[in-house]
Write a protein that binds this ligand. Structure first.
Ligand code: GLC
Length: 544
């Protein structure tokens, strides 16, 4: 196999901040966030000083024209900005301003499906012999009128919707308003590569590729087998099948590589992709891209039980699988999942932050994580995400994690002058940017300190990883090493104090998530006790 070599100069040192544009900052008082709002807040993200958060890349959830059946993940025009967010001119200004701050900008790229309102689909559904018919996946009903196979939509019920007019079913891995493109059709591939080229020409530094696992399906459309571990009523019905034919097909590798090749046409671009897969699945995606300009996001921490042994095993195994050119991307939350501060609670969320900022690779921060935003319960009449209604009873609606960014304790949390599209999180009086800036032990200052420390630390950016046995099942500990220098990270997963039994070793505290240790304090690790849910980063000297 051709040797992979990562040609992106910035990816290894990137800290990506994920903006959900509808909820970041509203500049025109319509209750919805927009591009000008993002422009207003760039200094917050990085003003070149250590007072700002300090991230050096942003990823925008989609801002293309969209009927918003899935809030932008249903694109009706890949070449235009939706008027809710602004226009191309403002987008270009945003790109300039981002670059002016030495930051990078990634767009969301949605290859698996378009909106049902996209002109391609409107044409495709006109007749069975329309030239665009084969741009989507159409099939005859079974003789009894049933859908062509048993595939399920991630968003509930069958993945097939019957179209009266031409009497065939079309496939949609998500909402029926999001018909799946046929990636076996080379014209489709060509058109979608053009989309990438268009935005690269406008200066974007890369993409976050949506739902990559879904783009190739089994050519014979075989039924997915049942999942033997499925417990009806207890788990999302989508999990009743093992999706071995409807997604994660081996052909995906080649197609992904063609997208990576497009990136290589311009200098220094990079993309990350969304795939909820285990370590072998992640490695397959890392290896797919021959020029190394792509990394799948590690989304495993989102679902991992809070258990030091489970975390340790995962991190060790993942680290062992990675080759030196692979860049892992560690994620704690996103616009589809419950927020980390809700899933784990504020204290553990601090520990998780220390973890992703001290592992090798790219830490990815979902907006609001850095101020401890939590899920907000949405009253029924204010629900926006249709998922709640399609799969009732499982609390799968994604609105709770998409509430407006909490800028201050003022009205509407400083997000907008008008009633926001989703309610403000109830902890906004205590968890907001303005107030957290002033509190040296706030989540904001934890994130800010970790980000700035990481950016200056060759050990954290380029160092190798070495797992160590802390002699305690409640602790995850590892070393990062670079040029004979070492940083030791120790995380106490338990709610009790825990001794860190690394004998005959001394270390200096660099940073503690509990904030009440003196940086620079010399400690002897055999005698050191980590506080409940405390994470500490030390400068490490192996022997006294
Ligand atoms: C991804 C997005 C999610 C969207 C889905 C369909 O999982 O993160 O928000 O609904 O793809 O595009």
């Amino acid at each position: 196999m051709m040797k992979r070599k990562n040609r992106s100069s910035w990816a290894r040192t990137a800290i990506i901040y994920h903006i959900y544009p509808l909820s970041f900052k509203d500049s025109n008082s319509d209750g919805k966030g927009d591009l000008k709002g993002i422009l207003e807040k760039l200094d917050y993200l990085n003003d070149g000083t250590e007072k700002s958060l300090g991230v050096n890349a942003i990823w925008l959830s989609p801002v293309y024209c969209s009927p918003m059946a899935d809030f932008g993940y249903d694109v009706s025009d890949y070449y235009e900005i939706d008027p809710v967010f602004g226009d191309l001119e403002i987008f270009e200004e945003l790109v300039r301003e981002v670059h002016g701050r030495g930051m990078k900008i990634l767009m969301d790229f949605i290859p698996n499906h378009t909106s049902a309102q996209h002109p391609w689909f409107l044409e495709s559904r006109v007749s069975r012999d329309n030239p665009k018919r084969n741009w989507y996946i159409w099939q005859n009903p079974k003789p009894n009128g049933a859908p062509p196979n048993n595939w399920l939509s991630c968003f509930g019920r069958s993945a097939w919707t019957y179209d009266e007019k031409t009497q065939q079913y079309y496939l949609h891995s998500f909402f029926p308003e999001q018909p799946d493109l046929n990636w076996r059709n080379l014209q489709v591939q060509k058109e979608m590569r053009k989309v990438l080229q268009f935005w690269l020409a406008r200066g974007v530094d890369g993409f976050r590729v949506d739902a990559i696992s879904h783009i190739m399906k089994d050519e014979q459309l075989r039924d997915d087998p049942p999942n033997p571990n499925y417990v009806p009523g207890a788990i999302n019905p989508y999990e009743s099948l093992l999706h071995i034919y409807s997604k994660e097909r081996p052909e995906l590798q080649e197609v992904l590589n063609t997208l990576c090749e497009v990136l290589d046409q311009k200098e220094d671009r990079f993309m990350v992709s969304e795939a909820y897969v285990d370590i072998p699945g992640l490695m397959a995606l890392h290896q797919a891209c021959k020029n190394g300009l792509h990394a799948p996001m590690n989304l495993n921490f989102i679902e991992m039980p809070w258990n030091a042994q489970v975390y340790r095993r995962f991190i060790d195994d993942f680290e062992k699988s990675l080759s030196p050119d692979d860049i892992p991307v560690h994620v704690l939350g996103n616009h589809d999942r419950s927020r980390i501060a809700t899933r784990l609670g504020q204290q553990k969320a601090r520990l998780a932050a220390l973890l992703i900022f001290t592992l090798q690779g790219i830490p990815l921060v979902y907006y609001g994580e850095e101020i401890g935003m939590e899920d907000e319960e949405i009253p029924e009449e204010k629900i926006q995400d249709p998922l709640d209604k399609r799969i009732p009873g499982f609390k799968l609606g994604r609105d709770p994690a998409r509430t407006p960014m909490q800028w201050s304790a003022h009205k509407y949390a400083g997000f907008s002058d008008a009633l926001p599209w989703l309610p403000i999180g109830r902890n906004y009086k205590t968890h907001n940017v303005e107030d957290e800036r002033k509190d040296s032990s706030s989540m904001f200052n934890l994130y800010r300190n970790l980000i700035h420390y990481r950016k200056k630390s060759p050990i954290l950016l380029y160092g190798s990883y070495e797992s160590i046995d802390p002699g305690n099942n409640e602790i995850v500990a590892f070393l990062r090493k670079f040029d004979r220098e070492q940083i030791l990270v120790a995380l106490n997963f338990s709610q009790e104090e825990q001794p860190l039994s690394l004998h005959f070793s001394q270390a200096r505290v660099i940073y503690s998530t509990c904030f009440d240790r003196e940086p620079g304090e010399m400690v002897t690790l055999g005698k050191f006790r980590l506080k409940p849910y405390e994470g500490v980063m030390y400068r490490y000297y192996r022997r006294i």
